[in-house]
Design a protein around this ligand. Structure first.
Ligand SMILES: Nc1ncnc2c1ncn2[C@@H]1O[C@H](COP(=O)(O)OP(=O)(O)OP(=O)(O)O)[C@@H](O)[C@H]1O
Ligand SMILES: [Mg+2]
Length: 422
């Protein structure tokens, strides 16, 4: 059996807290069985690694692993996505389609955000869990599948059961084994370790020297509440790596990146905390994104001129203002932004199962850049709304592609769609 340390190395999991080690140990123990597992923990604690560990250490590892973000699939299509449909089952069902439970026969399905499943789908899922049976939408034929289910949630399932949003019998069936990942504030000794790892990764990615924290900054970092957990820490390490010229980060500089810095007032309401935590980060990220897109747009114009076969000297003369804009004032910055800031947080189906429509082409992003430039005067809120709308339109409502283009998780996009009533 592989050791906890070896697994951490293999799956890129950083940290040494006993509670984290226990969660990994539990995953190793449960992997060879077919027992259903429910991974619990706040947003951003690293739940998505657990089903991967379980699949890879199981006898199913040579079969499919499919990760489904239940919160990101519209209610009307989720049954068809999971269980498939017959030709003519509904308008637009021009062909019979196999669902994930059929495709993943012999493998593992990771049901992320399982708390978001509609009640009708929960009934179908219960049946699969109980006897491996399912029926395609629009069919009456019972089919069999042999799929191991790992689910994850960051919501309080007991509350969901109480509010009758989640079936109690399904909950007990899913959570035969419960693997809980602790929030970052309960893993203080891992915080600096994680930061150093992320800082070194981003230094490589952006080809910059690694940012380092002063002793005081380490104190600030360690004491922070980290409402968004490891994801938030990673985002801040990225922002610092991209934006700070001085690679030694002082406590004051760091505070500037932390939301509601310095206040640990009990009056802060927990439920709204995670939202507010990200607003200032988002603002900074938007700025980076806008600048980057604008540069990209300019570069494309320039490349186009050169491709038209123009003489380099003529292009240099005609496009002097553009060249000055791109390379003139901010040499260092344009180097920083040569790679998209976008985090590849697309629905976590591993590469071997990715379908071509998950790939966002670079051309798609060209229009994106154009539109952002026109909307400089709008408020951040309006910009966000507009960006989401445009992106969804461009991808015919496909959230996965829109989320990838916007550089946010599908779940965040889903929340935004609800929030803006799109
Ligand atoms: N221990 C860790 N070591 C290294 N990276 C980690 C660790 N935990 C989390 N991360 C990183 O933090 C980010 C968030 O993790 P993940 O997507 O698994 O969160 P989650 O628990 O699924 O959150 P949510 O409930 O919001 O979906 C990812 O980029 C992940 O790689
Ligand atoms: Mg997740």
């Amino acid at each position: 059996m592989e050791s906890v340390q070896a697994i951490k190395q293999r799956f890129g999991i950083i940290g040494n807290t006993p509670s984290l080690n226990r969660a990994i140990e539990k995953s190793i123990q449960v992997a060879p069985t077919d027992i259903s597992v429910l991974v619990t923990g706040e947003s951003g604690v690293g739940k998505e690694s657990i089903p991967k560990i379980i699949h890879q250490l199981s006898h199913r590892k040579h079969n499919k692993y499919i990760a489904v973000n239940c919160g990101a699939i519209p209610e009307g299509t989720i049954d068809s996505e999971l269980f498939g449909h017959e030709k003519g089952a509904f308008t637009g069902a021009t062909q019979t389609r196999n669902g994930y439970f059929e495709v993943a026969d012999g493998g593992t399905i990771f049901l992320d955000e399982v708390g978001e499943l509609p009640l009708t789908t929960q009934v179908r899922l219960l049946r699969v869990l109980e006897n491996g049976e399912f029926i395609k939408v629009g069919s009456s034929k019972v089919q069999k599948t042999n799929v191991r289910i790992v689910a994850a949630t960051n919501v309080n399932m007991f509350e969901a059961i109480e509010k009758e949003k989640f079936r109690e019998d399904l909950y007990y069936r899913l959570s035969t084994v419960d693997i809980h990942l602790p929030p970052l504030r309960e893993r203080r000794e891992d915080i600096h370790l994680l930061f150093r790892k992320f800082a070194s990764d981003f230094a490589l990615k952006y080809k910059m020297p690694t940012v380092k924290l002063t002793d005081n900054a380490v104190q600030v970092l360690t004491k922070h509440r980290w409402g968004g957990n490891v994801r938030q820490l990673r985002n801040i390490a990225e922002q610092l790596s991209v934006l700070e010229q001085d690679r030694t980060i002082s406590a004051d500089t760091l505070r500037g990146y932390l939301p509601t810095s310095g206040t640990n007032l009990p009056a802060v309401v927990k439920t709204s905390k995670s939202e507010s935590d990200f607003s200032s980060e988002r603002e900074i990220l938007y700025k980076v994104l806008f600048d980057m897109k604008s540069d990209l747009n300019d570069l494309k114009k320039l490349t186009m001129e050169l491709m038209k076969g123009g003489n380099i000297k003529d292009v240099e003369k005609d496009q002097e203002h553009l060249i000055q804009k791109i390379y003139g004032e901010d040499d260092n910055e344009s180097e920083v932004y040569e790679e998209p800031v976008q985090e590849t947080e697309v629905l976590s189906i591993p590469e071997h199962t990715a379908t071509p429509d998950e790939v966002v082409s670079v051309q798609d992003k060209y229009h994106f850049a154009e539109e952002i430039q026109e909307e400089e005067t709008l408020s951040l809120h309006d910009k966000e709304l507009e960006l989401i709308k445009k992106s969804l339109e461009r991808h015919n409502g496909k959230r996965k592609l829109a989320a990838a283009e916007l550089g946010i998780s599908e779940r965040t996009l889903y929340r935004k769609i609800k929030q803006f009533d799109l």
